[in-house]
Ligand binder design. Structure first.
Ligand SMILES: Cc1cc2nc3c(=O)[nH]c(=O)nc-3n(C[C@H](O)[C@H](O)[C@H](O)COP(=O)(O)OP(=O)(O)OC[C@H]3O[C@@H](n4cnc5c(N)ncnc54)[C@H](O)[C@@H]3O)c2cc1C
Length: 676
């Protein structure tokens, strides 16, 4: 596999052809044109037909099944071992369990039968039909086996609660599922959703029972890299193994795939064979890895979803699922603002035909738009394509545009990437095509290269999550700061409340927090400013901010959000040094020089002229500020800065006095601290 070039080969690899890759039996019937080629031996994976849309492209290793096989966690489990730092991680344990499962053969009578069904389990992060590794594979298996495909999606309320999932992201998910249901129905594939309100630890049992009830021959899903999700999947594998051993319960095939990242976590390691904890060398390896295996990473090799036979409509198990309705909301996660908010979210973050294509087209081919985008980042305007998109489009101007919150300079694709309405591979494919060279650019000297670097950040933070799972358990990456920072006592919660509501008296902070409230989205620069303000100026524990972001964002993603917060709070890997504290007023001048963003989001300040908009209390009296309906700063930045530096300095000093392996000690994550 491309990503394991630097990982060591496993001492006792599980032979190909073990139970988990047992294919459908071969038949003599010629496959129809769009069908995946039938497997002919026990250890052959279904052959994936390339997507016809991509046939004109220079596809390199196009049509090769290796990408898919390499994307399978079962195959990865056979080929790779983890470095010592990672052997205790939930991903390594899942791989071990996959190996164990493949040693237990399925009894003859449990082998695929003609009445069975093939199940693709759609997760919260892969809500698309196109370029979806597990779905494409499941579809090919279904074709090979002449069995119908069914799509399962589970709403686990317990998981949503413990992961602080935002109602907006759930609403987005529900809207997309309703859209997918129609798309799938046109292919005679039912989409069934199940709302699980009981103990979230029961999800594996619920799934296995359902698979048994449906007579499923196999379960196919993309991996999710968060601790709870990896443990859930491991439990499913263990249950399946027990069932194979005892003959009781569901015992079909399980295949998990690497899909959420371009380069999957654990696939690139330092020369010393360790996971990267610093972004720049990671990004260089990441780019080199992609460029040396363009055929694997870049070209579309996940075949299209193939229709079920129309007889599926009268299938004894699946027939009734076609009339199943996608819920309009999930209990406890309704939008607070009711129909007003729902229609705003629909307008701001639409789903449906051609949406991601048009967002990417706008970013790659058109120029930045005037400030109207504050109201609706994606709303269409009649701006045609620019003549020289490599330089003059938004991506062309991204080096500068990404730093201006008053410009329409970023893609706004994050909600779609976080929930998987577009694949990350598609993002870099589009960037690659626009660049027009032989390699994917990833340098800071061009807009395209700089944007590709942002996509690398997304992969980096997933890799950190996997290698140091404690970060998803409320722990700092750098254990120097574990329980040692003297966070301020905000006993009445007034300061945290003011921050959440955008009433801190720091205009750029307040503008950003109000945009979050209105849109479920915030510009990256603003995320950095408000996170620094909370964790340094207010010296409030960054976990409060991380949680509030997850509860409010439409693009909330544990890896990126945790990474961003720990970067800002200086507790993360490769973080902002603790002594470099953002000055909100000077940041404001840099990112919003004319104050257009502030004036839009903080209308009380619309009348303030010139530079005073960035720091009104420096120029205006308390009376003048209050008369405008605005508030005085809740903290003195200069004093707060000194206090924060002192607090962090003490942790550093104490770590020097009591040295221990602070960064790599992850063998026994503190379960008590887990949010679960
Ligand atoms: C405190 C904090 C919290 C954050 N929380 C999230 C989050 O929950 N979900 C999320 O997707 N991003 C998060 N980010 C990263 C970043 O702010 C958003 O991805 C970006 O603002 C989305 O806007 P865009 O799609 O226009 O980005 P673009 O600038 O167009 O970037 C393209 C894509 O690259 C990825 N990306 C960009 N910057 C980063 C980054 N710093 N880290 C990881 N991925 C990145 C995103 O997928 C983004 O959509 C956070 C950053 C900070 C500082």
């Amino acid at each position: 596999m491309p990503g394991t070039r630097r990982t060591r080969a496993t001492a006792s690899p599980v032979a190909d052809g073990d139970v988990d890759s047992s294919p459908p039996a071969s038949t003599n019937k010629a496959p129809p044109a769009k069908r995946a080629r039938r497997s002919t031996s026990q250890d052959v994976k279904p052959k994936i037909k390339p997507d016809p849309e991509d046939e004109d492209d220079d596809q390199g290793e196009m049509g090769d099944t290796r990408f898919r096989v390499r994307s399978s966690a079962s195959v990865a489990a056979r080929e790779a071992t983890f470095p010592p730092e990672m052997v205790q991680t939930p991903l390594a344990k899942l791989y071990d369990t996959l190996r164990d499962l493949s040693t237990v053969k399925v009894e003859e009578d449990a082998k695929p039968n003609k009445d069975g069904v093939v199940v693709y389990w759609s997760r919260n992060k892969d809500l698309r039909l196109d370029d979806n590794t597990a779905l494409s594979y499941a579809s090919a298996v279904a074709q090979d086996m002449h069995l119908p495909l069914v799509v399962l999606h589970i709403f686990s309320i317990g998981d949503y609660k413990s992961h602080d999932r935002s109602p907006r992201r759930i609403d987005f998910q529900l809207r997309q599922l309703a859209y997918l249901k129609e798309q799938l129905a046109a292919l005679d594939i039912p989409l069934y959703t199940l709302t699980h309100s009981g103990n979230r630890k029961d999800v594996p049992r619920v799934v296995c029972d359902l698979l048994e009830e449906w007579g499923a021959t196999g379960l196919y899903a993309n991996l999710e890299y968060e601790v709870d999700e990896l443990r859930r999947d491991t439990e499913i594998l263990e249950r399946t193994k027990r069932a194979r051993e005892t003959g009781e319960g569901w015992k079909g095939q399980v295949e998990l795939f690497k899909d959420f990242c371009i380069v999957a976590p654990g696939e690139i390691l330092t020369k010393q064979g360790k996971p990267y904890s610093v972004y720049s060398p990671y990004q260089r390896s990441w780019l080199a890895q992609i460029n040396s295996h363009l055929g694997d990473y870049m070209h579309k090799q996940n075949g299209p979803v193939i229709a079920n036979p129309s007889s599926t409509r009268s299938h004894p198990v699946l027939g009734s699922l076609f009339s199943h309705q996608i819920p309009e909301s999930i209990p406890g996660f309704e939008l607070e603002g009711g129909e007003d908010e729902a229609s705003r979210m629909r307008r701001l973050w639409p789903v449906g035909d051609g949406v991601t294509e048009s967002i990417m087209h706008r970013f790659l081919r058109t120029k930045m738009r005037p400030a109207k985008f504050f109201e609706a980042p994606l709303e269409s305007e009649a701006d045609g394509d620019v003549a020289d998109p490599k330089k003059k489009s938004k991506i062309g101007e991204y080096c500068e545009g990404r730093n201006r919150v008053d410009w329409d300079g970023t893609s706004h694709i994050s909600p779609y990437l976080a929930a998987g309405l577009i694949s990350p591979r598609e993002c870099i494919r589009l960037a690659f095509k626009l660049a027009g060279g032989k390699e994917l650019p990833g340098g800071r000297d061009t807009g395209i290269g700089m944007w590709v670097q942002e996509i690398a950040w997304r992969d980096f933070y997933q890799a950190v999550l996997v290698a140091w799972p404690r970060v998803s358990m409320g722990k700092p990456f750098n254990l120097k700061y574990d329980g040692t920072v003297a966070w301020a006592m905000d006993n009445d919660g007034a300061k945290l409340k003011a921050w959440k509501e955008g009433r801190t008296g720091f205009p750029i902070v307040d503008a950003a927090m109000r945009s979050l409230k209105e849109q479920g989205y915030m510009h990256n620069r603003c995320r950095m400013i408000v996170a620094s303000f909370l964790s340094k100026d207010l010296l409030i524990d960054w976990r409060e901010g991380e949680k509030f972001f997850m509860q409010s964002l439409i693009d909330g993603d544990l890896g990126s959000n945790n990474g961003g917060w720990q970067w800002s709070a200086s507790t993360g890997c490769d973080p902002q040094p603790y002594f470099r504290i953002f000055n909100p007023a000077s940041q404001s001048e840099k990112v919003d020089p004319d104050g257009a963003y502030i004036r839009h989001w903080v209308p009380e300040l619309r009348g303030v002229k010139g530079k005073a908009i960035h720091d009104p209390s420096a120029k205006l009296t308390k009376k003048e500020i209050e008369k405008m309906g605005y508030v005085m700063p809740i903290v003195d930045h200069a004093k707060a800065r000194t206090k924060a530096i002192e607090a962090f300095k003490e942790c550093v000093a104490s770590a020097l006095l009591h040295p221990r392996d602070l960064v790599t000690d992850q063998s026994s994550p503190n379960r008590a601290a887990a949010r679960a």
